[in-house]
Design a binder for this molecule. Structure first.
Ligand SMILES: [Zn+2]
Length: 177
């Protein structure tokens, strides 16, 4: 059995792989569904959906590249990132987003909006979890919520939002168009 060690307040707590995942990371599917909900809701405000949607969805899962166990973090290329970036460190912060955002704003304006949109949603969602985020890394200030990743609230929230998204898709297809 795979086990991982976390050093918390001088105590070594041993987690199984699954517990580790559930404890630390908001589920991948929720990170995709929330931006999708906003995209469906404001679809007619998006000027270039062919760029906006893929970039926004990609950006909404991108921060978890610093997590060696997330879907994206499992890819070989991100092992390099894992080497020097601990999970929920610099990449999981608005400090990082501001720097990348300024760069995109000046050089890739079309990507700027969807990227900031998707990335911000990821960070805000992670802020709602009990582990919280150091949003202005390296400053210690932390924002924490009450959501347990993979817990009952996240799952209920997911199902609820999923149904709304299905409704919005039908609404777009049969009523708006
Ligand atoms: Zn995350």
């Amino acid at each position: 059995m795979l086990t991982y060690f976390l050093f918390l307040k001088n105590t070594i707590i041993q987690y199984t792989y699954k517990e580790f995942l559930l404890f630390w990371f908001m589920l991948f599917k929720t990170h995709l569904l929330v931006p999708l909900f906003f995209i469906l809701l404001f679809f007619d405000k998006i000027s270039n959906p062919w760029i906006f949607i893929p970039v926004a969805l990609f950006a909404s899962i991108l921060p978890d590249i610093d997590n060696p166990y997330s879907k994206l973090g499992k890819k070989k290329i991100s092992r390099i990132f894992n080497f020097f970036m601990k999970h929920r460190g610099i990449i999981h912060s608005f400090s990082f987003l501001i720097v990348v955002g300024i760069f995109l704003f000046f050089y890739f304006r079309e990507i700027f909006y969807p990227f900031v949109f998707g990335y911000s949603i990821h960070l805000i969602l992670d802020c709602l979890t009990i582990n919280g985020l150091r949003i202005f890394y390296p400053f210690k200030f932390k924002v924490k919520g009450f959501l347990k990743t993979g817990g009952i609230f996240e799952n209920l929230f997911f199902v609820f939002l999923f149904l709304i998204c299905v409704f919005l898709i039908f609404y777009r297809i049969f009523v708006v168009f």
